[in-house]
Design a protein around this ligand. Structure first.
Ligand code: XMP
Length: 180
């Protein structure tokens, strides 16, 4: 697996540190508030599990499954599909949507619209990575660990063809791996 990797953008230690800083910020911002964290699967699963274990008070957790890429592709589908809707009642809750990356913004703007219909007290977006260069929708992260250039990245939950999610760092794949 390591032979497929090009440049490592963020090491395991850098991610750990940044996630800790972010969790401390969330602990301050949401202290004494009812917080529901909604993770967007599959990409957020590693980030989500590291982040929630550093929040020092009780929170509710739910997930939504979104499908942006099909198979071995690095180009998003025309229409993001939300596969699993949330069952949680978020009416008296502050909601934090957690995803791996904010890229074009199609996925998170769709999820924010969908969750807003459930009338939460507030709704904010938290991502590991912000790839601003490709933004198509008017959405920005409220919380973000790292900004990245327009490169397709894998690791720490991010995949190519459902592989590489288990890498403990974020890296660019070698170009020849992505050529069909
Ligand atoms: P959008 O474009 O809707 O994308 O903001 C959000 C989802 O697309 C996936 N994505 C990536 N996955 N490397 C990946 O492994 C990338 O560079 C990348 N860019 C977007 C990701 O699942 C995200 O939730």
């Amino acid at each position: 697996m390591k032979n497929d990797i090009g440049e490592v953008l963020f090491s395991e230690a850098e991610i750990k540190n940044s996630v800790s800083v972010l969790a401390q910020k969330l602990a301050v911002d949401y202290k004494h508030k009812n917080l529901t964290i909604i993770g967007v699967l599959n990409g957020s699963l590693v980030f989500l599990s590291d982040l929630i274990r550093q929040i020092p008070f009780s929170v509710k957790i739910d997930t939504i499954k979104a499908s942006t890429y099909v198979g071995a592709s690095t180009s998003p589908n025309a229409e993001t599909e939300i596969i699993h809707n949330t069952n949680l009642n978020v009416k008296d809750e502050h909601v934090l949507i957690v995803d791996d990356i904010l890229d074009t913004g199609r996925t998170l703007s769709k999820i924010v619209r969908m969750v807003t219909k459930h009338s939460p007290i507030s709704i904010k977006v938290c991502v590991l990575l912000d790839k601003m260069a490709r933004r198509e929708r008017g959405i920005e992260p409220d919380y973000c660990c790292f900004e990245i250039e327009d490169k397709f990245v894998v690791g720490y939950g991010l995949d190519f063809d459902n592989r590489y999610r288990n890498l403990p760092y974020v890296a660019v794949l070698r170009d020849d791996i992505m050529i069909p």
